[in-house]
Design a binder for this molecule. Sequence first.
Ligand SMILES: *Cc1c(COP(=O)(O)O)cnc(C)c1O
Length: 468
Amino acid sequence: MKYISTRGGTAAQNFDDVVLTGLAPDGGLFVPQTVPEFSAEEIASWKGLSYGELAYKVMAPFVGDSIPEVELKRIIDASYNDDTFRHRAIAPLVQSGHNEWVLELFHGPTLAFKDFALQFLGHLLDYILGQRDQKVVIMGATSGDTGSAAIEGCRRCKNIDMFILHPHQRVSDVQRRQMTTVLEDNIHNIALEGNFDDCQRMVKASFGDQSFLPEGRQLVAVNSINWARIMAQIVYYFWAALAVGAPHRPVSFAVPTGNFGDIFAGYLARKMGLPIEQLVIGTNANDILHRVISGNDYSQHALQHTLSPSMDIMVSSNFERLLFDLYGRDGVALNQLMSSLERDEGVSLKPDALQQAKTVFASHRLDDAGTIDIIRSEYEASDYLLDPHSAIGVAAGRHCRKNLNTPMIALATAHPAKFPEAVIKAGYPHNPPLPHHMADLFDREERVQILKNDRGIVQQFIADNLRA
Ligand SMILES: *Cc1c(COP(=O)(O)O)cnc(C)c1O
């Protein structure tokens, strides 16, 4: 399997190079040259497989001969097991209404769906690097969720040293402790004296000039554009759909969306042959995706801080992967579109591209007040506590649903204990308890380095703390 760039200016590459590269050299995102397709019979034959067995079936064609079968199976088993995911089903489905379900993706080590991608990516990177006898440095900025999931994914990696920057005193206590209580000697948390943008600028500048690293080391990014993260997320669409009767009946999904990585995996599942009727995009007040789907307005608005912070974005980086398909996989046309977007020239899509998107995508926007309402009403009706991100998915699914005979599955992307503020605003009487494996989070030892927002100081710290 080869991968090409959405901007058409990069030669096709192998799976393992793509995983280590992140962004393509021409500025585009990597997509598979062809998407594997499965017949309904074949998909039906997967009913009853364990999560790991299914993951192998879904991912193997994307990996091709880059990784031997036994090794890919070992990586999958190390990623999805009773130790990493605190639920025997890995991704359990809970019924929330008539023909309506919630897919709980928050039973991983950091209580958010990003664990599905980052557990896998950590093991995958370590394997590929081991084969090449190479060591890398992962550097990233986080405002919360991604950093902790990346740290959990890489804490046991022999070939990775990891430096995660968060804005000092500006992440929640739970989020900080999920990162700083990981004490392995390849994990380094830097609390930068600045805001999240300062952290991002620091990371970007360091990727631009890596001369502070010793010979032979390079930086690798694990942000949401990494292809392996998308690939790992396709699996749970098949998993949930099979559980409610696919491929013999169609299913729909509603997805709380930020950078469009999660729902793009659903789009790929559909291309692979899974009969998905609707893919519903739920946004918060940062609604560029809702504006484009409902009114062909793809212009950037200022960032708003909401109760669902993991969806606070101005543009959705992975949307480019969908646009590539909508524009007939024409890298030149897409390059033009993306440049005008980067210049922020109030972009719209060509009408037939939008029309095509609307055959499967629908969208809904929910502000903070609406989010609180749905958390409250769901708790009152069913005693079920949604986190604010998941609540947006549930509301969007209900709002956009076309066909009541088709099961609607809303993706629950985080555990409510991670976002107590919204839950308490919705009338829940106290902080929702952390699951018991994390109950002692506030008693665990922390390790964190507070550093000035100074490039020389941060880079020196990194250079001084690399393992041999
Ligand atoms: C990252 C995140 C999202 C958004 O997912 P995308 O793939 O960026 O669309 C939604 N909910 C939670 C809890 C997240 O951490």
